[in-house]
Design a protein around this ligand. Structure first.
Ligand code: GLN
Length: 447
């Protein structure tokens, strides 16, 4: 059932829906998309990524270090959901502290891709995407710092949307990289994504980075008939796998047929995006994760002789390997002597990336881009961390520039794996992002 239909149900029908969903989650347990099936309230059930605070829930960012922590308050997005008749229903698996592209780093074990159990669902919001794709969640919330909503959506064949930075409150989201993080909807189709996006968006005094601007709801104004100018990035696509290139061509043809105008553009992309992102993100992460010290939150190491050993042991035992790698990398790029060469330089590159996008938007309403270089890869295939980082090449630039983007399924490969593409829009122009996506969805829709 789609979110739109579920929101129109009567209370007793919602109850039946929840009971039915519980059975389905149980029947598909092996996917490991839910780390817990908790209920908070009685509304339309929504799956919540395990890094968003739900009062009374154990919320752990899929980390050992947060085992035992109970959220003392609701995130702003959760308050908004509850006010709109939705109710948190289970916590979704994810990469530990949202660091990763495969959901393999979770303390709770990996999540399987419903299209092929030997492949990853993507990450870090892999549990949210797999659950929606497998029919064990109507819709879900994810978070996107460098692609974590869009890439798992593409790997699992669902819709995932990252709002403009500042559009959705981050109050109650476990911070990974605060200048990049955004919460967003993960749904079965574009219209549901617009509905959920409207529910969670808007200014919030409790998040100083939330934008204090007027908000016009998108879903009631959806218009797939607008004729848009859409930029295609030729130099981006040539490095993607043949399956992704083919989907790109399919989408371009479909967009032309639907009456949109295609303009050809180039972006410097790849090399610079990845380098700037992994410096900014790890630098901010190293600061944000310093709060997990065994004193204030969750797990505390036992049998220690002094405070220093408490910190050391708690953090050594509590964090997984990838999180430790990033804390080390982030501390290094911020350290004196290296700060100018790495962190400051990355900030400058970030500005160039933003300027470049803005230039394209002088001539185009939207940009069509791959989400990932390949369809879902196999477990263990990206054993080298750097190789995994490089697979984020098409998503991280959007976060560095703070732009809104939506990932939607275009077609399936011969092996039956979904291929998704993204439409990127101007700051705070989510309406155009959704309108373009709706038009593309209608034109290519395979499910
Ligand atoms: N894969 C990217 C990373 O590991 C993005 C993660 C995210 O968006 N949370 O940092």
């Amino acid at each position: 059932m789609r979110l739109k239909e579920a929101l129109a149900l009567r209370p007793e029908e919602v109850k039946a829906l929840r009971d039915d969903l519980k059975k389905r989650v149980e029947a598909k347990k092996e996917i490991n998309a839910y780390v817990a099936l908790d209920e908070a309230g009685e509304g339309v059930p929504l799956l919540i990524k395990d890094n968003i605070q739900v009062k009374g829930w154990s919320v752990t960012s899929a980390s050992k270090i947060l085992q035992g922590y109970v959220a003392p308050y609701d995130a702003t997005v959760i308050e908004k959901l509850k006010a709109a008749g939705l109710a948190p229903f289970g916590r979704a698996n994810m990469d530990e502290f949202a660091m990763g592209s495969s959901t393999e780093t979770s303390f709770y074990g990996k999540t399987l891709n419903p299209h092929d159990p030997e492949r990853v669902p993507g990450g870090s919001s892999g549990g949210s995407a797999a659950a929606v794709a497998a029919g064990v969640a109507i819709a879900a919330l994810g978070s996107d710092t460098g692609g974590s909503i869009r890439q798992p959506a593409a790997f699992c064949g669902i819709v995932g949307m990252k709002p403009t930075y500042g559009r959705v409150s981050r109050y109650g989201l476990a911070a990974y990289s605060s200048s990049l993080d955004q919460i967003g909807p993960m749904t079965q189709n574009v219209e549901d994504a617009a509905i959920l996006y409207d529910i969670i968006s808007g200014h919030d005094e409790r998040d100083s980075t939330s934008a204090n601007i007027d908000y016009t709801p998108v879903a009631p104004n959806l218009d797939a008939t607008r004729k848009l100018k859409i930029a295609v990035i030729d130099n981006y696509v040539k490095d993607a796998s043949p399956e992704v290139q083919k989907a790109y061509e399919t989408a371009i043809e479909a967009l032309k047929e639907a009456g949109h105008t295609i303009v050809h553009k180039e972006l410097m992309g790849a090399k610079y995006d990845i380098a700037a992102y992994y410096i900014v993100a790890t630098a901010e992460a190293s600061a944000n994760l310093s709060r997990y010290d065994g004193v204030r939150y969750g797990n505390r190491a036992q049998d220690v002789k002094d405070l220093k050993e408490l910190y050391l042991k708690t953090r050594s035992e509590g964090f997984g390997e990838e999180v430790k790698r990033r804390i080390l990398l982030g501390s290094f790029v911020l350290s004196s002597g290296y700060y100018d060469a790495y962190y400051l330089k990355a900030q400058k590159v970030r500005h160039l990336i933003k300027d470049e996008f803005e230039k394209v938007f002088e001539e185009a309403d939207l940009i069509l881009s791959p989400v990932a270089p390949t369809p879902a890869f196999r477990f263990g295939e990206m054993a080298d961390p750097l190789q995994m980082y490089l697979s984020d090449v098409y998503t991280v630039g959007v976060n560095l520039a703070g732009l809104p983007a939506i990932s939607l399924p275009i077609e399936k490969t011969a092996e039956g794996l979904p291929v998704g593409l993204q439409l990127i829009g101007r700051h705070f122009d989510e309406q155009t992002v959704f309108d373009g996506a709706l038009s593309l969805e209608k034109a290519v829709c395979y499910n």
